[in-house]
Write a protein that binds this ligand. Structure first.
Ligand code: NAD
Length: 256
């Protein structure tokens, strides 16, 4: 199995992509710590296998440090972290984006990732091995897939993936990112509910080359690959997992 004997942390594990990632890692033999700020949902998301749950707010560095310590105290090592917790705050135009929005979105999406890279990175560097996979977004590559703060935070995650990979590469610790396209999760529920209520479901994902939206398990599979030893020579990369969305200019009227 992909993660036999390995210890992993998955953030945002109570829902969507994180939940699917924790389930896949556990099914592949990992001991998994599921992390989320929503404690009740975390318990419900717990998959079969050797798992623990740890409720914390990833934007708070002290809570992140305590989470990493709880995992290493319990299992003695840390092999993989999926830095996946995120919030979006919708599609406000720049004129309506307040400082509080920037701070909230950056706090979770960018600083939360930085806190885990720092604290997990220390453990992994001392261990001489480890793999960190950050969930960025196609919104971090091009405009049109999220609001200003969200998109900038995800572009930050892509760049942080490169700089952290540089800092940690000498310790045999890899840092990569996935950039999901449109996936049906808690974050996109409103979009899916609206489309279904208005007979527009066929339009969801229709501008991707694969002409469909994605499933959480399809992102989980890419995260698990990058987190595993199968990706042992890959670091500093951001992999779009988006049905080909960012591979195309998506010019209106060009799709059949
Ligand atoms: N769904 C998509 O279409 C899509 C596309 C691109 C990227 N993403 C990214 O995928 C990741 C997972 O999102 P999802 O789509 O599964 O959404 P989701 O809302 O279903 O799951 C996100 C989880 O993160 C948790 N979370 C939020 N803030 C937190 C905090 N401060 N501390 C701890 N946990 C926190 C939430 O409680 C929730 O359980 C996010 O980083 C998101 O930006 C999603």
């Amino acid at each position: 199995m992909m993660f036999d004997g390995k210890v992993a942390i998955v953030t945002g594990a109570a829902s969507g992509i994180g939940r699917a990632t924790a389930a896949r890692m556990a099914a592949e033999g990992a001991k998994v710590c599921l992390v989320d700020r929503d404690e009740a949902a975390l318990e419900a998301a717990r998959p079969e296998g050797e798992t623990m749950i740890h409720a914390c707010d990833v934007s708070d560095e002290a809570q992140v440090a305590a989470c990493v310590k709880a995992v290493t105290d319990k299992w003695g090592r840390l092999d993989a972290v999926a830095n996946n917790a995120g919030i979006s705050r919708g599609y406000q135009p720049i004129m309506e984006t307040e400082m509080e929005d920037w701070q909230a979105v950056f706090g979770v999406n960018l600083f939360g990732v930085a806190h885990f890279i720092k604290h997990a990175g220390k453990v992994m560097a001392a261990q001489g091995s480890g793999s960190i996979v950050n969930t960025a977004s196609v919104a971090g590559i091009r405009s049109g897939a999220g609001g200003n703060a969200y998109s900038a935070s995800k572009a930050g995650v892509i760049n942080l993936t490169q700089t952290a990979a540089c800092d940690l590469g000498g310790y045999n610790v890899r840092v990569n990112a996935v950039c999901p396209g449109l996936i049906e999760t808690g974050m996109t529920k409103k979009t899916f509910d609206y489309a279904r209520a208005n007979d527009k479901e066929h339009r969801l994902g229709s501008r991707c080359e694969l002409r469909r939206y994605g499933k959480p398990e399809e992102i989980a599979a890419a995260i698990c690959f990058l987190a595993s030893d199968d990706a042992s020579y890959i670091t500093g990369q951001a992999l779009p997992v988006d049905g080909g969305n960012t591979a195309s200019l998506n010019l209106p009227g060009m799709k059949v």
